[in-house]
Write a protein that binds this ligand. Structure first.
Ligand SMILES: Nc1nc2c(ncn2[C@@H]2O[C@H](COP(=O)(O)OP(=O)(O)OP(=O)(O)O)[C@@H](O)[C@H]2O)c(=O)[nH]1
Ligand SMILES: [Mg+2]
Length: 359
């Protein structure tokens, strides 16, 4: 039988009170479930000297790296994976939010299903989250939003998780830039990997303080834009916008044509030209924007056409509501409000088109 071996990466920054306890718990779990294991602590020269606490445990299966002059969770994770000696590498927080009892569960799933990565997800039906419900809410919104821009994230409930196991031989760390906290988000959006998720119980941080702060939220937004460029998904967005703008001209043209030359009442012409511009947008997007995501077959084509009409309907409502709120409540000039309305509707159209029509 194959021997079971695993490397465990623990990134730390000011986790003095947690580190020894979590290492001891991990050792207990690993001794029971694995033939060989190592624990890699990657500490960014914590002011509370977390690394000294870790080094107090005399065990040659524990390696403590202290990075001086570099800071950041994602880059600490990358560093840990690079320095792991075993093929299967589990990454987890050191504050007990990721209970060590799930390590063998993640490992077994990875082997049984022969996938590249198994994520411990906070957002599957059987998952449990103890602690801030508000964080859960914002994380869910963020996940919905980012998953609409990166097709690789399709069907992944928790691409922002910090608890996962991966097969080191299947991933390419070369182009991972490591901006801020979210290592997994970058890895998954850049590489097409075989992923499965398992539910877990996300506990409360046991000791010490969170390092999640405004700076990390800004880093997350920065990472989002950088990934749009790195994955070239920005091109899709740009093409979608250009097709949308062309639709405005088509709309105006048919409104003029039907009203002036066919003597149709302008409201009826407007309804007809709306539909014509939606179809125009749809056909152009099919070939220019979403050609790589389309499912084959005439039936699928018509289903997408109907869904696009519905999505555009929602877009129009979003645009109108924005226009009314900004004009009536914020007293902004209606022509300016309308620009914001068009912008909001376009973002909505894009997100819904990606999620409901193509991915
Ligand atoms: N090496 C290193 N580790 C970090 C850094 N920032 C955070 N960590 C570690 O990464 C893990 C996650 O950080 P947390 O502060 O717990 O972030 P969080 O889990 O999103 O926030 P809470 O839910 O409030 O705990 C912990 O083990 C931290 O010690 C860093 O800059 N460098
Ligand atoms: Mg934490």
């Amino acid at each position: 039988m194959n021997k079971k071996s695993i490397s465990i990466v623990l990134p730390t920054y000011n986790e003095r009170k947690n580190i020894k306890k979590i290492i001891i718990e991990i050792i207990k779990i690993c001794e029971k479930n694995f033939d060989f294991f190592e624990i890699i602590v990657v500490d960014d020269n914590s002011p509370d000297k977390t690394y000294e606490e870790a080094r107090k445990i005399k065990d040659n299966r524990i390696k403590v790296f202290v990075r001086k002059g570099e800071r950041g969770l994602a880059s600490a994770i990358k560093f840990g994976i690079e320095n792991a000696k075993y093929k299967y590498v589990c990454v987890m927080d050191a504050d007990f939010q990721h209970p060590p009892k799930f390590i063998p569960i993640l490992y077994n799933k990875l082997i049984e299903n022969d996938v590249d990565i198994v994520i411990a997800s906070r957002f599957l039906r059987e998952s449990k989250i103890y602690g801030f419900k508000i964080r859960k809410f914002f994380s869910k919104i963020a996940i919905y939003f980012i998953s609409s821009f990166f097709p690789n994230l399709k069907n992944i409930s928790d691409p922002l998780s910090g608890f996962f196991i991966l097969n080191k031989e299947k991933i390419d760390l070369k182009n991972i830039r490591c901006i801020g906290f979210k290592f997994l988000f970058e890895l998954l959006s850049k590489q097409k990997l075989k992923v499965i998720e398992v539910p877990f119980e996300f506990e409360k941080r046991r000791y010490g303080k969170s390092k999640m702060n405004l700076k990390e939220i800004i880093n997350f937004i920065k990472l989002f834009f950088v990934l749009l460029i790195d994955t070239k998904e920005y091109k899709r967005l740009l093409k979608f916008s250009l097709v949308g703008i062309s639709g405005i001209f088509i709309n105006e043209f048919f409104l003029f044509l039907l009203t002036e030359y066919f003597n149709i009442f302008y409201v009826y012409s407007a309804i007809a030209s709306f539909e014509i511009s939606i179809l125009w947008n749809f056909l152009l997007s099919e070939f220019l924007v979403f050609s790589d995501l389309r499912k084959k077959g005439l039936k699928n084509f018509f289903i997408r056409m109907i869904k696009t009409n519905l999505v555009r309907g929602v877009g129009i409502i979003v645009g109108l509501v924005t226009l009314i709120i900004l004009t009536e409540i914020f007293k902004i000039h209606y022509l300016i409000s309308n620009l914001f309305g068009i912008f909001a509707a376009s973002i909505f159209n894009y997100i819904l088109t990606m999620r409901k029509v193509y991915i």
